[in-house]
Design a binder for this molecule. Structure first.
Ligand code: 1GP
Length: 254
């Protein structure tokens, strides 16, 4: 199994570089829009493309990933809402365990059932501690996961959860307030978690402005994921990317 994608993520963190990942929901794209999104993503210097969603109702994941790979060289990372959302054409898979919840199916159950199939895909597997943070209203992920999100004002629970995930061997911590969340994860919580774990931290859910993306990076996020806001306005991709990359440490820009 290649470790190319994770090596790039951790090398970027080591160099103080912040990364921008655009989330593509396979349900919301077609050939034409994929062409447009990938070309704009390359121009905007997006670092990663995440593909997936909590509820994917169409059946064209392979085609979507293959087309993205044909249009550009950006790493494609699967962000699956269920074990059926796997495509061997991607570069890597976020192997998510919902560590903020207490639903055994999403902590380990579905992993057991899909393990042989996932292994056989040959994908680079990136073990990820997935933390759903309350975003002010139920989101698809909070409903589908059948698990309570982590309270938005309980930094200490977030810190202990992330620490436990890291000590269990998870290579990334993903703090997500859910797609289209009313309230994105607070900088306060990001900073508290970033102070206590060493693995790269991914933050997403409800990030709609370049300013918020920048502040999240300053607080300690290593990768910012944006889906909804970019679906609504593709031109935001460049502004978001500039804001996130401007959050790099001075050394990494030399
Ligand atoms: C959701 O973190 C992602 O899982 C992205 O959220 O669509 O709100 O940007 P948005």
């Amino acid at each position: 199994m290649s470790l190319k994608t994770y090596s790039s993520i951790s090398a970027r963190k080591k160099n103080g570089q912040k990364s921008f990942a655009v989330l593509i929901d396979p349900d919301k794209v077609n050939e034409e829009s994929i062409e447009e999104i990938t070309s704009m993503a390359v121009d905007a210097k997006v670092d990663y493309l995440l593909v997936g969603g909590s509820l994917v109702v169409t059946n064209h994941l392979d085609e979507v990933v293959q087309q993205i790979k044909k249009e550009c060289d950006l790493p494609v990372i699967l962000f699956p809402g269920s074990p059926s959302q796997i495509s061997r054409y991607a570069d890597a898979l976020l192997y998510l365990s919902l560590i903020s919840g207490r639903n055994p199916e999403l902590l380990i159950g579905q992993h057991v059932i899909s393990a042989p199939f996932v292994k056989q895909s040959g994908l680079e597997i990136i073990s990820t501690g997935y933390m759903v943070i309350d975003g002010g209203a139920p989101t698809t992920v909070s409903y589908i996961s059948n698990a309570n999100p982590l309270p938005a004002d309980k930094n200490e629970i977030a810190v202990c959860t992330a620490m436990a995930g890291e000590m269990l061997g998870m290579k990334l911590i993903y703090m997500d307030s859910g797609s289209g969340a009313k309230r994105a994860v607070s900088e306060n919580m990001i900073a508290a978690v970033a102070a206590r774990v060493e693995v790269p931290i991914v933050v997403g859910g409800g990030i709609t402005t370049p300013e918020k993306a920048y502040l999240n990076c300053k607080a300690g996020a290593d990768i910012i994921v944006v889906g909804n806001a970019i679906e609504k306005d593709l031109t935001l991709m460049k502004e978001m990317s500039d804001a996130i990359h401007s959050g790099q440490t001075v050394d990494s820009r030399r």
